[in-house]
Design a protein around this ligand. Structure first.
Ligand SMILES: [Zn+2]
Length: 356
């Protein structure tokens, strides 16, 4: 047995043993839930109950790490606003969170070491400047600015930063032309990318006031998009697994890393992490998210976006977030022992958090 194979097998055994600590599931309606008390107990967290709405804060020692509330999909995970895929429910005075949210949203953020075998250490990063060509994306008519211009500018800045740190960068487009969403994911896959970040800017036209960062992940199988919960929309959950679902937990880790860095850098409000069935993410063979660091429809944020300093600050925040993600993977994934005949390190098939 090659040394690299031995390390791989030991790591796989360690991760499967760690997953034995999963709380038991109970079914409410058509969804499997786990008890928040049980989960906290297994994770060594303290539960602080809030009233009058049944809600809890989970604490690691004195440090709050999560807040969950009955009937709500909106959670606070280590100070970041995160929209779960299913509402939290209360039964008999105790709170329950869906098993999919526990495995694919909460656990990755609190205990990435319990999320199965990590994906590859990122070396090749695919950056996707949103829109292009005849697709201008959103715009700010008052300032005459278009989303496609800024997505490319920030992506080029991010490329320079990543290349300076030794990463290989693949841009899905490097100039102003049309490019379909599935082709963007296919380009990342063909380049054997280890990570995919699609850069966009948000819009709530004709609202010119709303600002802030939003990060979008592809929903785990059986979960709905955030938009589908709005009045007039219906359940859009999918029964089939999409390729990017192999990385549900790692998408959540990447989303949190980018979210925190952009929020810390721009201080322009937290619109949260949401789930959307995005064509640009669906077929990915690596972890990937779509980030909207600011609102082009906001007159104040669009004015900032017009300055190179603000765009550089966004690129620097995304660069730092990618670095944070890489550090999580590095800490989890034992490096393969180099041997003359070992060849490339084994390409892991990451353990996907089981869906109901
Ligand atoms: Zn866009």
């Amino acid at each position: 047995m090659r040394p690299a194979t031995l390390v791989f097998l030991l790591a796989a055994a360690f991760f499967s043993a760690a997953r034995g600590s999963e709380p038991a599931a109970v079914r409410f309606g058509s969804i499997d839930y786990v008890s928040v008390d049980d989960a906290a107990d297994r994770l060594g967290l303290k539960v602080v109950r809030l009233a009058p709405q049944p809600a809890v804060i989970l604490k690691d020692g004195a440090r709050p790490v999560a807040r969950l509330a009955d009937h709500s999909r909106e959670a606070d995970l280590a100070g970041l606003r995160v929209f779960l895929g299913d509402p939290v429910v209360a039964r008999g005075g105790a709170l329950y969170v869906s098993r999919t949210d526990y495995l694919a949203r909460i656990l990755p953020r609190l205990r990435p070491d319990l999320c199965g075998l990590p994906p590859r250490q990122p070396r090749v990063i695919a950056i996707d400047p949103g829109h292009g060509g005849t697709d201008h994306g959103a715009s700010n008519k008052a300032l005459g600015s278009m989303e496609k211009t800024y997505t490319l500018d920030v992506s080029l800045r991010l490329k320079r930063l990543l290349e300076g740190a030794g990463y290989t960068v693949v841009l899905t487009r490097d100039a102003d032309y049309d490019l379909s969403k599935p082709i963007r994911a296919e380009m990342a896959n063909r380049a054997n990318a280890d990570l995919f970040v699609s850069v966009h800017f948000n819009s709530l036209n004709p609202n010119t006031k709303t600002t802030g960062v939003e990060v979008l992940c592809f929903p785990p199988r059986s979960q709905r998009s955030a938009e589908s919960w709005s009045p007039g929309h219906s359940d859009d959950s999918e029964g089939k697994v999409s390729p990017v679902n192999a990385f549900d937990a790692w998408n959540a880790i990447l989303a949190g890393a980018l979210h925190r860095r952009v929020l810390d850098a721009l201080h322009d409000g937290d619109r949260g992490e949401k789930l959307e069935h995005l064509g640009v993410l669906r077929e990915l063979g690596c972890p990937g998210v779509l980030v909207e660091p600011a609102f082009i429809s906001s007159d104040s944020e669009a004015a900032k976006l017009a300055t190179p300093e603000f765009r550089e600050a966004i690129a620097a925040a995304l660069f730092a977030g990618i670095g944070d993600y890489a550090q999580v993977i590095r800490a989890l994934r034992p490096p393969a022992i180099a041997a003359p005949d070992a060849g490339p390190p084994p390409r892991a098939v990451p353990t996907r958090p089981a869906s109901p």
